[in-house]
Design a protein. Structure first.
Ligand SMILES: Cc1cc2nc3c(=O)[nH]c(=O)nc-3n(C[C@H](O)[C@H](O)[C@H](O)COP(=O)(O)OP(=O)(O)OC[C@H]3O[C@@H](n4cnc5c(N)ncnc54)[C@H](O)[C@@H]3O)c2cc1C
Length: 517
Protein backbone atom coordinates (compact mmCIF):
# COMPACT_ATOMS: atom_id res chain seq x y z
CA UNK A 1 0.00 0.00 0.00
CA UNK A 2 1.32 3.44 -0.97
CA UNK A 3 2.12 5.19 2.35
CA UNK A 4 0.76 8.60 1.26
CA UNK A 5 -1.95 7.43 -1.11
CA UNK A 6 -3.91 4.41 -2.19
CA UNK A 7 -3.01 0.96 -3.29
CA UNK A 8 -0.31 -0.56 -5.41
CA UNK A 9 2.03 2.21 -6.66
CA UNK A 10 2.36 0.26 -9.91
CA UNK A 11 -1.32 0.95 -10.61
CA UNK A 12 -0.96 4.74 -10.19
CA UNK A 13 -2.61 6.54 -13.11
CA UNK A 14 -1.83 9.78 -14.92
CA UNK A 15 -4.85 12.04 -15.28
CA UNK A 16 -6.08 12.09 -18.88
CA UNK A 17 -5.50 15.49 -20.54
CA UNK A 18 -9.27 15.90 -21.01
CA UNK A 19 -9.78 15.66 -17.23
CA UNK A 20 -6.94 18.12 -16.50
CA UNK A 21 -8.57 20.62 -18.84
CA UNK A 22 -11.97 20.05 -17.27
CA UNK A 23 -10.54 20.63 -13.78
CA UNK A 24 -8.82 23.81 -14.84
CA UNK A 25 -11.71 25.26 -16.84
CA UNK A 26 -14.52 24.23 -14.50
CA UNK A 27 -12.92 24.58 -11.06
CA UNK A 28 -9.75 26.63 -11.55
CA UNK A 29 -7.52 23.78 -10.37
CA UNK A 30 -3.78 24.53 -10.51
CA UNK A 31 -0.81 22.30 -9.66
CA UNK A 32 0.22 22.63 -5.98
CA UNK A 33 3.20 24.95 -5.35
CA UNK A 34 4.93 22.51 -2.97
CA UNK A 35 5.83 18.99 -4.12
CA UNK A 36 4.71 16.02 -2.00
CA UNK A 37 7.08 14.92 0.81
CA UNK A 38 9.13 11.74 0.60
CA UNK A 39 8.69 9.00 3.20
CA UNK A 40 12.06 9.74 4.84
CA UNK A 41 11.15 13.39 5.44
CA UNK A 42 7.86 12.75 7.30
CA UNK A 43 7.94 14.50 10.69
CA UNK A 44 6.75 12.53 13.70
CA UNK A 45 6.79 12.99 17.48
CA UNK A 46 9.92 11.43 19.01
CA UNK A 47 9.22 7.80 20.02
CA UNK A 48 8.21 7.90 23.68
CA UNK A 49 8.07 4.27 24.81
CA UNK A 50 10.80 3.35 27.29
CA UNK A 51 13.09 0.44 26.28
CA UNK A 52 11.79 -1.68 29.19
CA UNK A 53 8.23 -1.37 27.80
CA UNK A 54 9.37 -2.28 24.29
CA UNK A 55 11.14 -5.31 25.79
CA UNK A 56 8.03 -6.27 27.71
CA UNK A 57 5.93 -6.07 24.53
CA UNK A 58 8.50 -8.12 22.60
CA UNK A 59 8.37 -10.65 25.43
CA UNK A 60 4.64 -11.12 24.74
CA UNK A 61 4.55 -11.20 20.93
CA UNK A 62 8.05 -12.39 20.11
CA UNK A 63 11.20 -10.72 18.87
CA UNK A 64 10.74 -9.23 15.45
CA UNK A 65 7.07 -8.44 16.05
CA UNK A 66 7.60 -5.04 17.65
CA UNK A 67 8.59 -2.53 14.97
CA UNK A 68 9.99 0.91 15.71
CA UNK A 69 11.45 1.87 12.33
CA UNK A 70 10.65 5.23 10.76
CA UNK A 71 8.85 3.48 7.91
CA UNK A 72 6.70 1.26 10.16
CA UNK A 73 5.65 4.28 12.22
CA UNK A 74 4.82 6.34 9.11
CA UNK A 75 2.78 3.51 7.61
CA UNK A 76 0.64 3.29 10.76
CA UNK A 77 0.28 7.03 11.36
CA UNK A 78 -3.09 7.63 9.72
CA UNK A 79 -5.94 6.18 7.72
CA UNK A 80 -6.87 6.98 4.12
CA UNK A 81 -9.29 9.91 4.24
CA UNK A 82 -8.36 12.84 2.00
CA UNK A 83 -7.21 14.97 4.99
CA UNK A 84 -5.06 11.98 6.04
CA UNK A 85 -3.48 11.85 2.59
CA UNK A 86 -3.05 15.62 2.35
CA UNK A 87 -1.27 15.63 5.72
CA UNK A 88 0.98 12.74 4.73
CA UNK A 89 1.79 14.40 1.41
CA UNK A 90 2.78 17.47 3.47
CA UNK A 91 5.10 15.30 5.60
CA UNK A 92 2.91 15.59 8.71
CA UNK A 93 3.04 12.29 10.60
CA UNK A 94 1.82 13.72 13.93
CA UNK A 95 -0.49 10.76 14.57
CA UNK A 96 2.27 8.16 14.37
CA UNK A 97 2.52 5.49 17.06
CA UNK A 98 5.76 4.90 18.96
CA UNK A 99 5.81 1.25 17.95
CA UNK A 100 3.88 -1.22 15.83
CA UNK A 101 3.05 -4.46 17.67
CA UNK A 102 1.99 -7.57 15.74
CA UNK A 103 0.32 -10.18 17.96
CA UNK A 104 0.01 -13.75 16.69
CA UNK A 105 -3.29 -14.75 18.33
CA UNK A 106 -6.03 -14.00 20.83
CA UNK A 107 -3.94 -14.84 23.86
CA UNK A 108 -1.18 -12.44 22.82
CA UNK A 109 -3.70 -9.66 22.17
CA UNK A 110 -5.19 -10.16 25.64
CA UNK A 111 -1.75 -10.05 27.26
CA UNK A 112 -0.73 -6.92 25.33
CA UNK A 113 -3.95 -5.18 26.42
CA UNK A 114 -3.34 -6.05 30.06
CA UNK A 115 0.23 -4.77 29.90
CA UNK A 116 -0.84 -1.57 28.14
CA UNK A 117 -3.58 -0.93 30.72
CA UNK A 118 -1.14 -1.45 33.58
CA UNK A 119 1.46 0.86 32.00
CA UNK A 120 -1.04 3.33 30.49
CA UNK A 121 -0.01 2.81 26.88
CA UNK A 122 -2.64 3.77 24.29
CA UNK A 123 -3.56 0.95 21.87
CA UNK A 124 -4.86 1.63 18.37
CA UNK A 125 -6.03 -1.56 16.61
CA UNK A 126 -4.96 -1.55 12.95
CA UNK A 127 -6.58 -3.76 10.31
CA UNK A 128 -6.09 -2.66 6.71
CA UNK A 129 -5.54 0.97 7.69
CA UNK A 130 -8.30 2.22 5.35
CA UNK A 131 -10.33 4.18 7.90
CA UNK A 132 -11.69 7.43 6.48
CA UNK A 133 -12.97 8.88 9.75
CA UNK A 134 -9.75 9.39 11.71
CA UNK A 135 -10.06 5.99 13.38
CA UNK A 136 -6.31 5.34 13.47
CA UNK A 137 -4.78 8.56 14.70
CA UNK A 138 -3.63 8.13 18.26
CA UNK A 139 -4.27 10.66 21.04
CA UNK A 140 -1.09 10.55 23.11
CA UNK A 141 -1.73 13.12 25.86
CA UNK A 142 -1.54 11.54 29.30
CA UNK A 143 -0.15 8.21 28.03
CA UNK A 144 3.27 6.63 28.45
CA UNK A 145 3.20 6.01 24.70
CA UNK A 146 1.08 4.76 21.83
CA UNK A 147 1.19 1.45 20.00
CA UNK A 148 -0.47 0.47 16.77
CA UNK A 149 -1.76 -3.09 17.27
CA UNK A 150 -1.44 -4.43 13.73
CA UNK A 151 -3.58 -7.56 13.33
CA UNK A 152 -1.90 -8.60 10.07
CA UNK A 153 -0.42 -11.80 11.52
CA UNK A 154 -3.87 -13.01 12.61
CA UNK A 155 -4.86 -13.97 9.08
CA UNK A 156 -6.28 -17.50 9.24
CA UNK A 157 -9.54 -19.06 8.16
CA UNK A 158 -10.12 -21.11 11.30
CA UNK A 159 -13.15 -23.20 10.40
CA UNK A 160 -15.86 -23.65 7.77
CA UNK A 161 -19.23 -25.06 8.84
CA UNK A 162 -20.83 -25.90 5.50
CA UNK A 163 -23.98 -27.18 7.20
CA UNK A 164 -24.73 -23.96 9.08
CA UNK A 165 -23.11 -21.89 6.29
CA UNK A 166 -20.75 -20.03 8.60
CA UNK A 167 -16.98 -19.54 8.62
CA UNK A 168 -14.72 -18.47 11.48
CA UNK A 169 -11.89 -16.09 10.62
CA UNK A 170 -9.17 -14.26 12.49
CA UNK A 171 -9.59 -10.47 12.21
CA UNK A 172 -6.55 -9.57 10.12
CA UNK A 173 -7.64 -11.45 6.98
CA UNK A 174 -7.74 -8.99 4.05
CA UNK A 175 -11.00 -9.16 2.09
CA UNK A 176 -9.48 -10.60 -1.14
CA UNK A 177 -7.78 -13.33 0.90
CA UNK A 178 -11.08 -14.16 2.65
CA UNK A 179 -12.76 -14.55 -0.75
CA UNK A 180 -9.87 -16.70 -2.01
CA UNK A 181 -10.03 -18.97 1.05
CA UNK A 182 -13.81 -19.31 0.82
CA UNK A 183 -13.73 -19.90 -2.95
CA UNK A 184 -11.85 -23.14 -2.26
CA UNK A 185 -15.07 -24.30 -0.51
CA UNK A 186 -17.36 -22.90 -3.23
CA UNK A 187 -18.41 -20.09 -0.87
CA UNK A 188 -18.34 -16.29 -0.73
CA UNK A 189 -18.98 -13.51 1.76
CA UNK A 190 -20.22 -11.18 -0.97
CA UNK A 191 -18.70 -8.15 0.77
CA UNK A 192 -17.11 -5.84 -1.80
CA UNK A 193 -16.61 -2.30 -0.51
CA UNK A 194 -14.52 0.05 -2.63
CA UNK A 195 -11.67 -0.53 -0.13
CA UNK A 196 -11.93 -4.30 -0.81
CA UNK A 197 -8.31 -4.69 -1.96
CA UNK A 198 -6.83 -3.69 1.44
CA UNK A 199 -9.45 -3.68 4.23
CA UNK A 200 -9.74 -6.56 6.70
CA UNK A 201 -12.61 -8.55 8.20
CA UNK A 202 -11.95 -7.18 11.70
CA UNK A 203 -11.99 -3.63 10.33
CA UNK A 204 -15.31 -4.27 8.55
CA UNK A 205 -16.92 -5.38 11.81
CA UNK A 206 -15.29 -2.64 13.89
CA UNK A 207 -16.54 0.07 11.51
CA UNK A 208 -19.88 -1.48 10.37
CA UNK A 209 -18.89 -1.57 6.75
CA UNK A 210 -21.23 -2.02 3.80
CA UNK A 211 -20.21 -3.37 0.39
CA UNK A 212 -21.32 -2.59 -3.15
CA UNK A 213 -23.45 -5.75 -3.29
CA UNK A 214 -25.27 -4.98 -0.04
CA UNK A 215 -28.70 -5.27 -1.68
CA UNK A 216 -28.00 -8.95 -2.28
CA UNK A 217 -25.64 -9.96 0.54
CA UNK A 218 -26.46 -7.44 3.25
CA UNK A 219 -24.18 -5.17 5.21
CA UNK A 220 -21.17 -6.64 7.00
CA UNK A 221 -22.93 -6.39 10.38
CA UNK A 222 -25.70 -8.61 8.91
CA UNK A 223 -23.05 -11.26 8.25
CA UNK A 224 -21.56 -11.38 11.76
CA UNK A 225 -23.07 -14.22 13.76
CA UNK A 226 -20.38 -14.42 16.45
CA UNK A 227 -17.43 -12.46 17.83
CA UNK A 228 -14.59 -13.00 20.26
CA UNK A 229 -13.28 -9.82 21.82
CA UNK A 230 -10.29 -9.19 24.06
CA UNK A 231 -10.45 -6.29 26.53
CA UNK A 232 -8.08 -5.25 29.33
CA UNK A 233 -10.74 -6.57 31.74
CA UNK A 234 -11.27 -10.00 30.16
CA UNK A 235 -12.79 -11.65 27.09
CA UNK A 236 -16.22 -11.63 25.49
CA UNK A 237 -17.45 -14.60 23.48
CA UNK A 238 -20.68 -13.52 21.80
CA UNK A 239 -23.28 -15.14 19.54
CA UNK A 240 -24.22 -18.76 20.17
CA UNK A 241 -27.27 -18.99 17.90
CA UNK A 242 -28.42 -17.30 14.68
CA UNK A 243 -30.97 -15.24 16.63
CA UNK A 244 -31.66 -15.00 20.32
CA UNK A 245 -34.18 -13.50 22.74
CA UNK A 246 -31.67 -13.69 25.59
CA UNK A 247 -31.57 -10.00 26.40
CA UNK A 248 -29.97 -7.20 24.40
CA UNK A 249 -27.53 -8.38 21.75
CA UNK A 250 -24.04 -7.51 22.99
CA UNK A 251 -22.61 -8.15 19.53
CA UNK A 252 -24.23 -4.86 18.56
CA UNK A 253 -22.13 -3.06 21.18
CA UNK A 254 -18.96 -4.40 19.61
CA UNK A 255 -19.95 -3.87 15.96
CA UNK A 256 -19.05 -0.28 15.15
CA UNK A 257 -17.05 0.19 18.37
CA UNK A 258 -13.84 0.90 16.38
CA UNK A 259 -11.43 -0.55 18.91
CA UNK A 260 -12.73 1.64 21.76
CA UNK A 261 -14.34 -1.30 23.63
CA UNK A 262 -11.93 -4.10 22.79
CA UNK A 263 -10.09 -5.91 20.03
CA UNK A 264 -12.04 -8.34 17.86
CA UNK A 265 -9.89 -11.46 17.71
CA UNK A 266 -12.23 -13.77 15.79
CA UNK A 267 -15.44 -13.53 13.79
CA UNK A 268 -18.02 -16.16 12.85
CA UNK A 269 -19.53 -14.97 9.57
CA UNK A 270 -22.52 -16.10 7.55
CA UNK A 271 -21.37 -17.25 4.11
CA UNK A 272 -23.23 -17.91 0.86
CA UNK A 273 -22.64 -20.25 -2.06
CA UNK A 274 -20.46 -18.58 -4.69
CA UNK A 275 -22.77 -17.47 -7.52
CA UNK A 276 -22.54 -19.40 -10.77
CA UNK A 277 -23.83 -16.47 -12.77
CA UNK A 278 -23.24 -12.70 -12.55
CA UNK A 279 -24.79 -10.13 -14.86
CA UNK A 280 -24.41 -6.34 -14.52
CA UNK A 281 -26.28 -3.90 -16.70
CA UNK A 282 -26.94 -0.18 -17.10
CA UNK A 283 -30.16 1.82 -17.33
CA UNK A 284 -30.79 5.48 -17.99
CA UNK A 285 -33.46 7.06 -15.77
CA UNK A 286 -34.83 10.52 -16.66
CA UNK A 287 -33.75 12.16 -13.37
CA UNK A 288 -32.68 11.56 -9.77
CA UNK A 289 -36.25 11.77 -8.43
CA UNK A 290 -37.52 9.18 -10.94
CA UNK A 291 -34.48 7.00 -10.27
CA UNK A 292 -34.99 7.20 -6.51
CA UNK A 293 -38.63 6.20 -6.94
CA UNK A 294 -37.57 3.20 -9.05
CA UNK A 295 -35.02 2.06 -6.43
CA UNK A 296 -37.63 2.45 -3.69
CA UNK A 297 -40.08 0.30 -5.67
CA UNK A 298 -37.43 -2.40 -6.12
CA UNK A 299 -36.44 -2.26 -2.43
CA UNK A 300 -40.01 -2.38 -1.17
CA UNK A 301 -41.81 -4.60 -3.67
CA UNK A 302 -38.94 -6.43 -5.33
CA UNK A 303 -37.28 -8.00 -7.06
CA UNK A 304 -34.09 -6.68 -5.48
CA UNK A 305 -30.98 -6.91 -7.66
CA UNK A 306 -27.73 -7.92 -5.90
CA UNK A 307 -26.09 -4.60 -6.82
CA UNK A 308 -28.26 -1.51 -7.18
CA UNK A 309 -26.81 1.93 -7.70
CA UNK A 310 -28.18 5.24 -8.96
CA UNK A 311 -25.97 8.22 -9.88
CA UNK A 312 -27.44 11.71 -9.81
CA UNK A 313 -27.37 13.94 -12.89
CA UNK A 314 -23.93 15.45 -12.10
CA UNK A 315 -22.27 12.12 -11.31
CA UNK A 316 -23.79 10.66 -14.49
CA UNK A 317 -22.61 13.60 -16.60
CA UNK A 318 -19.05 13.35 -15.22
CA UNK A 319 -19.13 9.57 -15.69
CA UNK A 320 -17.88 8.80 -12.16
CA UNK A 321 -19.40 5.34 -12.10
CA UNK A 322 -16.82 4.48 -14.79
CA UNK A 323 -13.43 5.85 -13.61
CA UNK A 324 -11.94 4.57 -16.89
CA UNK A 325 -14.24 6.95 -18.77
CA UNK A 326 -14.21 10.13 -16.63
CA UNK A 327 -15.54 13.07 -18.56
CA UNK A 328 -17.42 10.82 -20.95
CA UNK A 329 -20.71 10.65 -19.10
CA UNK A 330 -24.18 11.21 -20.44
CA UNK A 331 -27.49 12.89 -19.67
CA UNK A 332 -30.09 11.58 -17.25
CA UNK A 333 -29.21 9.36 -14.30
CA UNK A 334 -27.29 6.11 -14.62
CA UNK A 335 -28.54 3.03 -12.79
CA UNK A 336 -26.27 0.00 -12.42
CA UNK A 337 -28.17 -3.17 -11.61
CA UNK A 338 -26.34 -6.43 -10.98
CA UNK A 339 -27.76 -9.92 -10.55
CA UNK A 340 -25.85 -12.78 -8.94
CA UNK A 341 -26.83 -16.28 -7.91
CA UNK A 342 -30.18 -17.94 -8.53
CA UNK A 343 -32.95 -16.96 -10.99
CA UNK A 344 -30.84 -14.27 -12.64
CA UNK A 345 -32.94 -13.96 -15.80
CA UNK A 346 -36.29 -14.01 -14.00
CA UNK A 347 -35.17 -11.34 -11.51
CA UNK A 348 -33.62 -9.29 -14.26
CA UNK A 349 -36.80 -9.38 -16.33
CA UNK A 350 -39.02 -8.43 -13.40
CA UNK A 351 -36.69 -5.60 -12.33
CA UNK A 352 -36.59 -4.37 -15.94
CA UNK A 353 -40.36 -3.94 -15.84
CA UNK A 354 -40.05 -1.79 -12.70
CA UNK A 355 -37.24 0.34 -14.14
CA UNK A 356 -39.10 0.80 -17.46
CA UNK A 357 -42.21 1.73 -15.52
CA UNK A 358 -40.27 4.66 -14.03
CA UNK A 359 -39.11 5.91 -17.44
CA UNK A 360 -35.93 3.83 -17.56
CA UNK A 361 -34.19 3.05 -20.85
CA UNK A 362 -32.01 -0.09 -20.96
CA UNK A 363 -28.36 0.50 -21.89
CA UNK A 364 -27.35 -3.15 -22.00
CA UNK A 365 -24.51 -4.94 -20.24
CA UNK A 366 -21.63 -2.72 -21.40
CA UNK A 367 -22.04 0.01 -18.73
CA UNK A 368 -22.59 -2.67 -16.08
CA UNK A 369 -19.47 -4.60 -17.05
CA UNK A 370 -17.52 -1.33 -17.23
CA UNK A 371 -18.63 -0.42 -13.71
CA UNK A 372 -17.73 -3.89 -12.41
CA UNK A 373 -14.33 -3.69 -14.09
CA UNK A 374 -13.49 -0.23 -12.67
CA UNK A 375 -15.21 -0.59 -9.28
CA UNK A 376 -11.97 -0.53 -7.26
CA UNK A 377 -10.07 2.04 -9.32
CA UNK A 378 -11.61 5.33 -8.09
CA UNK A 379 -9.21 5.59 -5.09
CA UNK A 380 -6.27 5.57 -7.53
CA UNK A 381 -7.91 8.44 -9.39
CA UNK A 382 -8.13 10.37 -6.10
CA UNK A 383 -4.33 10.26 -5.78
CA UNK A 384 -3.92 11.67 -9.29
CA UNK A 385 -6.43 14.45 -8.54
CA UNK A 386 -4.67 15.38 -5.27
CA UNK A 387 -1.35 15.56 -7.11
CA UNK A 388 -2.94 17.79 -9.77
CA UNK A 389 -4.13 20.30 -7.14
CA UNK A 390 -7.75 19.21 -6.71
CA UNK A 391 -9.23 18.15 -3.39
CA UNK A 392 -11.52 15.18 -3.82
CA UNK A 393 -13.30 13.62 -0.88
CA UNK A 394 -16.43 11.62 -0.18
CA UNK A 395 -18.97 11.63 2.62
CA UNK A 396 -22.06 9.59 3.23
CA UNK A 397 -25.26 9.41 5.21
CA UNK A 398 -28.59 7.55 5.16
CA UNK A 399 -32.21 8.42 5.80
CA UNK A 400 -35.77 7.23 5.35
CA UNK A 401 -37.19 7.45 1.83
CA UNK A 402 -39.54 10.28 2.84
CA UNK A 403 -36.60 12.36 4.12
CA UNK A 404 -34.13 11.57 1.33
CA UNK A 405 -34.85 14.52 -1.05
CA UNK A 406 -34.49 17.01 1.84
CA UNK A 407 -31.28 15.33 3.02
CA UNK A 408 -29.87 15.37 -0.52
CA UNK A 409 -30.62 19.08 -0.98
CA UNK A 410 -29.33 20.04 2.49
CA UNK A 411 -25.94 18.33 2.06
CA UNK A 412 -25.46 19.64 -1.47
CA UNK A 413 -26.28 23.20 -0.41
CA UNK A 414 -23.98 22.97 2.62
CA UNK A 415 -21.07 21.84 0.44
CA UNK A 416 -21.74 24.46 -2.22
CA UNK A 417 -21.98 27.16 0.47
CA UNK A 418 -18.75 26.12 2.17
CA UNK A 419 -16.62 25.64 -0.93
CA UNK A 420 -17.81 28.24 -3.43
CA UNK A 421 -18.24 26.37 -6.67
CA UNK A 422 -17.16 22.77 -6.18
CA UNK A 423 -18.37 19.82 -8.17
CA UNK A 424 -20.79 17.89 -5.95
CA UNK A 425 -21.91 14.47 -7.11
CA UNK A 426 -24.07 11.90 -5.38
CA UNK A 427 -25.23 8.33 -5.68
CA UNK A 428 -27.46 5.88 -3.87
CA UNK A 429 -25.80 2.50 -3.52
CA UNK A 430 -27.37 0.85 -0.45
CA UNK A 431 -31.15 0.44 -0.34
CA UNK A 432 -33.56 -0.86 2.29
CA UNK A 433 -37.33 -1.19 2.49
CA UNK A 434 -37.49 1.96 4.58
CA UNK A 435 -34.73 4.14 3.14
CA UNK A 436 -31.32 4.40 1.52
CA UNK A 437 -27.84 5.87 1.80
CA UNK A 438 -26.58 8.96 0.00
CA UNK A 439 -22.90 9.01 -0.98
CA UNK A 440 -21.43 12.36 -2.02
CA UNK A 441 -18.21 12.97 -3.92
CA UNK A 442 -16.85 16.51 -3.87
CA UNK A 443 -14.14 17.94 -6.12
CA UNK A 444 -12.76 21.43 -5.66
CA UNK A 445 -9.59 23.44 -6.32
CA UNK A 446 -7.14 23.22 -3.42
CA UNK A 447 -6.70 26.38 -1.38
CA UNK A 448 -3.36 27.16 0.34
CA UNK A 449 -4.47 25.08 3.34
CA UNK A 450 -6.52 22.29 1.75
CA UNK A 451 -7.03 20.45 5.06
CA UNK A 452 -8.61 23.51 6.71
CA UNK A 453 -10.65 24.04 3.55
CA UNK A 454 -12.05 20.51 3.68
CA UNK A 455 -12.66 20.63 7.44
CA UNK A 456 -14.82 23.72 6.87
CA UNK A 457 -16.85 21.90 4.24
CA UNK A 458 -17.12 18.72 6.29
CA UNK A 459 -18.34 20.66 9.32
CA UNK A 460 -21.04 22.30 7.19
CA UNK A 461 -22.09 18.93 5.73
CA UNK A 462 -22.18 17.28 9.17
CA UNK A 463 -24.42 20.05 10.52
CA UNK A 464 -26.70 19.74 7.48
CA UNK A 465 -26.94 15.94 7.95
CA UNK A 466 -27.83 16.24 11.64
CA UNK A 467 -30.40 18.99 11.01
CA UNK A 468 -31.99 17.18 8.04
CA UNK A 469 -32.49 14.04 10.13
CA UNK A 470 -29.87 11.77 8.49
CA UNK A 471 -27.38 9.59 10.31
CA UNK A 472 -23.81 10.86 10.50
CA UNK A 473 -22.57 7.68 8.86
CA UNK A 474 -24.15 4.82 6.95
CA UNK A 475 -20.92 2.80 6.59
CA UNK A 476 -17.73 4.76 7.33
CA UNK A 477 -18.14 4.86 11.12
CA UNK A 478 -17.47 7.52 13.71
CA UNK A 479 -13.74 7.58 14.47
CA UNK A 480 -12.60 11.01 15.62
CA UNK A 481 -14.02 12.98 12.71
CA UNK A 482 -17.70 12.20 13.42
CA UNK A 483 -17.55 12.09 17.20
CA UNK A 484 -19.30 15.43 17.82
CA UNK A 485 -22.04 14.77 15.28
CA UNK A 486 -22.52 11.24 16.63
CA UNK A 487 -22.95 12.69 20.14
CA UNK A 488 -25.62 15.02 18.74
CA UNK A 489 -27.30 12.02 17.06
CA UNK A 490 -27.52 9.80 20.16
CA UNK A 491 -27.90 12.56 22.79
CA UNK A 492 -26.24 13.00 26.22
CA UNK A 493 -27.78 9.85 27.72
CA UNK A 494 -26.62 7.80 24.74
CA UNK A 495 -23.08 9.15 25.15
CA UNK A 496 -23.21 8.42 28.92
CA UNK A 497 -24.23 4.79 28.23
CA UNK A 498 -21.31 4.30 25.83
CA UNK A 499 -18.98 5.98 28.31
CA UNK A 500 -20.18 3.61 31.07
CA UNK A 501 -19.48 0.59 28.87
CA UNK A 502 -16.02 1.92 28.03
CA UNK A 503 -15.26 2.61 31.71
CA UNK A 504 -16.16 -1.01 32.54
CA UNK A 505 -14.16 -2.78 29.82
CA UNK A 506 -11.32 -0.22 29.65
CA UNK A 507 -11.12 1.61 33.01
CA UNK A 508 -7.73 3.14 32.19
CA UNK A 509 -8.97 4.43 28.85
CA UNK A 510 -6.16 2.94 26.75
CA UNK A 511 -8.31 1.50 23.93
CA UNK A 512 -8.17 3.79 20.89
CA UNK A 513 -8.49 6.98 22.97
CA UNK A 514 -10.49 9.70 21.25
CA UNK A 515 -12.32 7.37 18.87
CA UNK A 516 -16.12 6.93 19.11
CA UNK A 517 -16.70 8.49 22.57
C1 LIG B 1 -10.84 4.41 -0.95
C2 LIG B 1 -11.72 3.91 0.14
C3 LIG B 1 -12.94 3.34 -0.18
C4 LIG B 1 -13.78 2.89 0.84
N1 LIG B 1 -14.96 2.28 0.50
C5 LIG B 1 -15.75 1.79 1.47
C6 LIG B 1 -16.97 1.14 1.13
O1 LIG B 1 -17.33 0.98 -0.03
N2 LIG B 1 -17.72 0.65 2.16
C7 LIG B 1 -17.33 0.77 3.45
O2 LIG B 1 -18.03 0.28 4.32
N3 LIG B 1 -16.21 1.41 3.80
C8 LIG B 1 -15.40 1.91 2.85
N4 LIG B 1 -14.24 2.55 3.19
C9 LIG B 1 -13.89 2.70 4.61
C10 LIG B 1 -13.05 1.55 5.20
O3 LIG B 1 -12.51 0.74 4.21
C11 LIG B 1 -13.90 0.74 6.12
O4 LIG B 1 -14.18 1.53 7.26
C12 LIG B 1 -13.30 -0.59 6.59
O5 LIG B 1 -14.25 -1.22 7.40
C13 LIG B 1 -12.01 -0.44 7.36
O6 LIG B 1 -11.36 -1.70 7.43
P1 LIG B 1 -9.82 -1.80 7.79
O7 LIG B 1 -9.48 -3.22 7.91
O8 LIG B 1 -9.02 -1.00 6.85
O9 LIG B 1 -9.82 -1.14 9.24
P2 LIG B 1 -8.88 -0.01 9.82
O10 LIG B 1 -8.98 1.21 8.98
O11 LIG B 1 -7.55 -0.55 10.08
O12 LIG B 1 -9.64 0.25 11.20
C14 LIG B 1 -10.91 0.86 11.24
C15 LIG B 1 -11.27 1.11 12.71
O13 LIG B 1 -11.53 -0.12 13.37
C16 LIG B 1 -10.55 -0.39 14.37
N5 LIG B 1 -10.20 -1.79 14.22
C17 LIG B 1 -9.61 -2.39 13.14
N6 LIG B 1 -9.52 -3.71 13.35
C18 LIG B 1 -10.06 -3.96 14.57
C19 LIG B 1 -10.26 -5.13 15.35
N7 LIG B 1 -9.89 -6.34 14.93
N8 LIG B 1 -10.85 -5.00 16.56
C20 LIG B 1 -11.24 -3.80 17.03
N9 LIG B 1 -11.07 -2.66 16.33
C21 LIG B 1 -10.50 -2.75 15.12
C22 LIG B 1 -9.43 0.60 14.13
O14 LIG B 1 -8.78 0.98 15.33
C23 LIG B 1 -10.15 1.77 13.50
O15 LIG B 1 -10.72 2.59 14.48
C24 LIG B 1 -13.38 3.03 2.19
C25 LIG B 1 -12.15 3.59 2.50
C26 LIG B 1 -11.32 4.03 1.49
C27 LIG B 1 -9.99 4.63 1.82
Amino acid sequence: MLWSGWGDPAKARELPEQVRRLLHDLLGVRAPAVPAAGLESVRMPPAALEPRLLDALAGLVGDGHVLTTHEARVRHARGKSTPDLLRMRAGDGAGAPDAVVLPGGHHEVAQVLRLCAAERIAVVPFGGGTSVVGGLTAARDGFAGVISLDLGRMDRLVEVDAESMTAVFEPGVPAPEAERLLAAHGLTLGHFPQSFEYATLGGFAAARSSGQASAGYGRFDDMVTGLTVATPEGDLDLGRAPKSAAGPDLRQLVLGSEGAFGVITSLRLRVRRAPAEKVYEGWRLPGFAAGTAALRALAQDGPLPTVLRLSDETETMIGLARPDRIGGGEAGCLVIAGYEGASVSARREAAAAVLSGHGGVPLGEEPGQGWAHGRFSAPYLRDSLLAAGATVETLETAGFWADLPRLYDAVRLALLGALGSPLVMCHISHVYETGASLYFTVVTAQEDDPVAQWERAKEAANTAIVEAGGTISHHHGVGRDHRAAYAAEIGPLGVAILRAVKDRVDPRGVLNPGALV
